[in-house]
Ligand binder design. Structure first.
Ligand SMILES: Nc1ncnc2c1ncn2[C@@H]1O[C@H](COP(=O)(O)OP(=O)(O)OP(=O)(O)O)[C@@H](O)[C@H]1O
Ligand SMILES: [Mg+2]
Length: 242
């Protein structure tokens, strides 16, 4: 489970990127966060991951406080970003092995690695190839493979479908569906309203560091999400607060 509690971040340049955010994502739930450029989505993920310190509040991963106990907290989370960090001179298999072990996995068999790589839709002949020749979509697939191999309870994704072709994007969403059914708590940012609506159990709209609106699956089926989104990102903060 992911719990975000009164989380705030004011950068040194005085930008209030995250403003008293409260949100819980349950095991077996996908939460997608929409928001304009600069709304604070990536900063929220950086705070949960302990890559940057909050100026207020905290987050908990499976009950472990990310500020008080950062190393223990990191064991419970996997992260997939738009620009996945990989070692170019390593093959796909070697990257997967390296990061899975870094994430605390021991004694993983070659068969398990290959099964994970296959599951994310990486072509078989790419398993043994160096990653520096990979396309953006291939890197993103390998990124999610690393997250799966780590077997963390909470998965954070920052615009994970941005580099995928339409078929790849659809496959990726099916994969997220399966991970949800396995009980993962999934928190994902995206600019793709259509996809957000399709995949999410709940959709959040973030603007100026605040979570302005949370829309349930039942509501998203009825409402015009695009219109709602426009209303909320353009509304002054005080007006939306009520
Ligand atoms: N390291 C930093 N130092 C100072 N300000 C920052 C830093 N990182 C982000 N910001 C500012 O914080 C605000 C939120 O940025 P953030 O990257 O979290 O937005 P985002 O919602 O992820 O946007 P996008 O959709 O473009 O990815 C922006 O005003 C940004 O300029
Ligand atoms: Mg971002």
């Amino acid at each position: 489970m992911l719990e975000i509690v009164d989380l705030s971040k004011r950068y040194e340049n005085d930008v209030l990127a995250v403003d008293q955010l409260n949100l819980t994502v349950q095991p077996g739930e996908i939460f997608t966060m929409l928001g304009a450029n600069g709304a604070g989505k990536t900063t929220t993920l950086m705070l949960i991951l302990g890559f940057t310190e909050p100026t207020g509040g905290t987050a908990r991963l499976c009950g472990v406080d990310v500020v008080k106990n950062p190393l223990e907290a990191k064991k419970h989370v996997a992260y997939v970003s738009e620009n996945v960090m990989l070692y170019g001179n390593f093959t796909a298999r070697q990257n997967l092995d390296f990061f899975a072990k870094l994430g605390g996995r021991k004694h993983v068999s070659q068969e398990e690695y290959d099964a994970v790589l296959e599951r994310v839709g990486l072509e078989k002949d790419a398993f043994r190839r160096r990653v520096k020749g990979f396309s953006k979509g291939m890197r993103q697939r390998l990124g999610i493979a690393i997250a799966i191999a780590k077997n963390a309870e909470v998965i954070l994704l920052d615009e994970p479908t941005s580099g995928l072709d339409p078929k790849g994007g659809a496959g990726f969403l099916r994969l997220l569906n399966d991970l949800r059914d396995e009980g993962k708590a999934i928190f994902m940012t995206t600019h793709d309203i259509f996809r957000a609506k399709e995949i999410a159990d709940r959709v959040g709209i973030m603007s100026q560091g605040q979570l302005r609106r949370v829309i349930s699956k039942e509501e998203t089926a009825q409402a015009n999400l695009e219109q709602l989104y426009m209303e909320y990102i353009e509304m002054p903060v005080a007006a939306a607060a009520g």
